[in-house]
Ligand binder design. Structure first.
Ligand code: HAM
Length: 426
C-alpha cells in the first residue's frame, strides 16, 4: 500500500514500547533535578528568528544552515527553537526574574529543531533536557552544573563518564587567539575546505570545529612539521585563568573524572570561559551526548543588564540509543490484572475494572469475546493475574483469582478482593 503521508525527513514517531524507556529516563531526571533544587521552565517552541540569530552566532551552523525559519500569517519572522538557552534567557528578562532573586536554577525538557542532514543520532526534531544557573559568575556554579550533568547520566545507569572540559576565555582573548590560529593556519589556508576558509575569515575559532577529514589532515601536517596547534588555554586573561583553575579544583574535590580538551569549541557562539561535553564513542560520528558551558555575555546581548549564566543540554535521542544498545534502563513493568467476564457478568466486570483501575493496572476485553478468547488475550497482553467473574461465583459474592505465572487459582470473597490483590501484586 502506497502511503499518502510519511513523517517528515529527520522526524519520527515514538511508540509506547520505546516510550516506556523514555518515560523512565525522564522521571529519573526529574528526581535528580528536584533534589538539586532546580525549577522547571517551559518556553514556546517558536520564537523571533532574531533571538536565535543574535545569540547562537551569525557564523554558526545552527544559524547559517539549520534554522527552521518561517513567516507567519501576520508577517512575523519566526523560527522553531534550535536550542533552549536563548529562550530561557529571553524569558528571564521578559518575566523580570532578575528582580525576584539573584540566582535562578532552572531546567527544561522538550523538542528542538535543526535542519541538518539526518544520520545516525542526528534528527531534525530531537529532544533535549537542559539546566541553567542564571545570576552567578562563581566557579562553584560551573562545578555544580557539571556535577548535575554527570549525576543525570549516573541516574540513567552510566558509569565511569569522563567530561571533556576547556576554557574558551572571553571575547577579547578569543579575538587574540583567533589571530594566533590564523597565523598557525596561514601555510595551509589555501588548501582548507570552503567552509573552513570562510570561517578563517569570519570566526577562526570555528575552524577547529571542522569535521572535514582533509582539514584535519592539514592540522596534523602542521603539527608533524613542528608547529603545535596554539591552545586557547595559553591565551587566557588572568581572571579567566583563575576561574579555570578553580573549576578544575572543584571538579577534583568532587571526584568528577574530567579531561582537558584544548580543541573543544562548542557549536554555538555564546560561550565564555568554561565549556564541556561528554561523548559516547558507540554512536559513531554524532557522539556528543550533551554539552554546555558558561555564557556571561548572552543576557546583555539580549538588551539586559550584565548577567552571568552557565548551563548544559543533554540530547535525549542519543542517550536513549545508548541505553537501548545496553538494554538498560527499562522500567519495572508493574503487574497487570485482566478482568475476564462471562455473559451474565459483563456489566459487573466493567464496574469492577473501573474500580480497580484507581489502584492497579487493569486490562479487559472490549468486544464481548468468549471466555477462552479472553484468556488468550490476557496471556498475550502479559497479564500477571486474571480475575474470572463466573456467573455462579459472582452471584455468591466470590471472584476467582487465577495466576498466569503458575496457573494456580483461588476463590476469594468480593469483600476481600482488594486486599488479596495488594498481597499478590506488591
Ligand atoms: P548543543 O551542544 O548544541 O548545546 O546540544 C546539546 C546536545 O543536543 C548535543 O550534545 C546532542 O546530544 C543533542 N543534539 C544537538 N543537535 C542534535 C540533532 N540534530 N539530533 C539529535 N541530537 C542533537 C545546546 O543546545 C546548548 N543550549 C547547551 C547549553 C545550555 N549551553 C548552555 N546551556
Amino acid at each position: 500500500m502506497a502511503l499518502k503521508h510519511q513523517a517528515p525527513l529527520g522526524t519520527r514517531d515514538l511508540l509506547p514500547a520505546e516510550l516506556a524507556r523514555w518515560q523512565w529516563a525522564e522521571s529519573q531526571a526529574r528526581g535528580v533535578l528536584e533534589r538539586y533544587g532546580y525549577g522547571e521552565i517551559r518556553t514556546p517552541i517558536f520564537e523571533d528568528y532574531e533571538l536565535f540569530a543574535r545569540t547562537s552566532g551569525e557564523s554558526s551552523d545552527v544559524v547559517t544552515k539549520e534554522m527552521y525559519r518561517f513567516t507567519d500569517l501576520g508577517d512575523r519572522d519566526l523560527a522553531l527553537r534550535p536550542e533552549g538557552t536563548a529562550s530561557v534567557a529571553r524569558a528571564y528578562l521578559e518575566r523580570g526574574l532578575g528582580g525576584q532573586a539573584r540566582i535562578h536554577r532552572l531546567w527544561y525538557m522538550g523538542p528542538m529543531f535543526r535542519y541538518s542532514r539526518p544520520q545516525k543520532g542526528r534528527f531534525r526534531q530531537f529532544h533535549q533536557i537542559g539546566a541553567e544557573i542564571i545570576g552567578s559568575s562563581a566557579p562553584g556554579a560551573d562545578v555544580e552544573m557539571i556535577a548535575l550533568f554527570v549525576d543525570l547520566f549516573e541516574a540513567w545507569g552510566f558509569s565511569n563518564l569522563t567530561v571533556a572540559v576547556n576554557s574558551v576565555g572571553t571575547p577579547g582573548t578569543r579575538r587574540e587567539y583567533g589571530e594566533r590560529l590564523r597565523e598557525w593556519l596561514a601555510p595551509v589556508a589555501s588548501d582548507l575546505g570552503g567552509d573552513s576558509l570562510q570561517r578563517l575569515i569570519s570566526n577562526p575559532l570555528r575552524v577547529l570545529d571542522t569535521k572535514d577529514p582533509r582539514d584535519l589532515e592539514l592540522f596534523d601536517k602542521l603539527v608533524r612539521g613542528g608547529a603545535p596547534m596554539p591552545r586557547m588555554l595559553d591565551s587566557l586573561d588572568s581572571e579567566s585563568r583563575e576561574h579555570w583553575e578553580q573549576v578544575l579544583g572543584g571538579l577534583d574535590a568532587l571526584g568528577i573524572a574530567h579531561r582537558t580538551d584544548p580543541g573543544l569549541v562548542r557549536g554555538l557562539d555564546y560561550y565564555t570561559r568554561t565549556a564541556f561535553e561528554v561523548h559516547d564513542p558507540s554512536l559513531g560520528a554524532q557522539s556528543a551526548l550533551g554539552g554546555g558551558g558558561r555564557y556571561d555575555g548572552l543576557i546583555e546581548a539580549l538588551g539586559g543588564p550584565p548577567t552571568p549564566g552557565v548551563g548544559f543540554s543533554i540530547g535525549l535521542d542519543r542517550t536513549m540509543m545508548v541505553l537501548e544498545q545496553r538494554a538498560a534502563g527499562g522500567p519495572a513493568v508493574p503487574g497487570t490484572i485482566f478482568v475476564a467476564a462471562m455473559e451474565g457478568t459483563r456489566a459487573a466486570a466493567a464496574q469492577l475494572t473501573r474500580e480497580l483501575r484507581r489502584e492497579f493496572r487493569v486490562d479487559c476485553d472490549l468486544e464481548s469475546r468468549a471466555i477462552g478468547a479472553q484468556l488468550k488475550l490476557a496471556d498475550r497482553a502479559g497479564a500477571t493475574l486474571v480475575l474470572l467473574l463466573g456467573e455462579e461465583e459472582w452471584a455468591r459474592g466470590e471472584v476467582v483469582i487465577k495466576s498466569l505465572r503458575d496457573g494456580g487459582q483461588k476463590v476469594v470473597p468480593r469483600a476481600m478482593l482488594l486486599e488479596a490483590l495488594r498481597e499478590r501484586l506488591k
